[in-house]
Write a protein that binds this ligand. Structure first.
Ligand code: ZN
Length: 87
């Protein structure tokens, strides 16, 4: 009877441990994986958005534009392209 009780105690510890590992695995699958997939999709949909400045209104390429105003549609860019290293 003592052995049976001892075994049950260890079974409970084992069950809790397996449950915790399973919970961590489920959190990884349900939280980390969707974030990685979403970020992957976002990176594919918006490739090099910081290196490729474009007009928010018409999508005109504003590379080298220093006025901050789109020459295609006249829409002022929220982030004027100014070369800080040029003097
Ligand atoms: Zn534009």
């Amino acid at each position: 009877m003592d052995l049976s009780l001892h075994l049950r105690w260890w079974e409970q510890i084992l069950a809790v441990t397996v449950g915790l590992v399973f919970a961590v695995l489920m959190v990884f699958l349900l939280v980390v994986l969707p974030i990685v997939v979403a970020y992957s999709n976002y990176s594919r949909a918006h490739p090099r958005s910081h290196d490729d400045p474009r007009c928010k209104a018409c999508g005109y390429d504003l590379t080298g534009n220093e006025s901050g105003i789109c020459p295609e549609c006249g829409n002022p860019s929220p982030e004027p392209i100014i070369d800080l290293f040029e003097s």
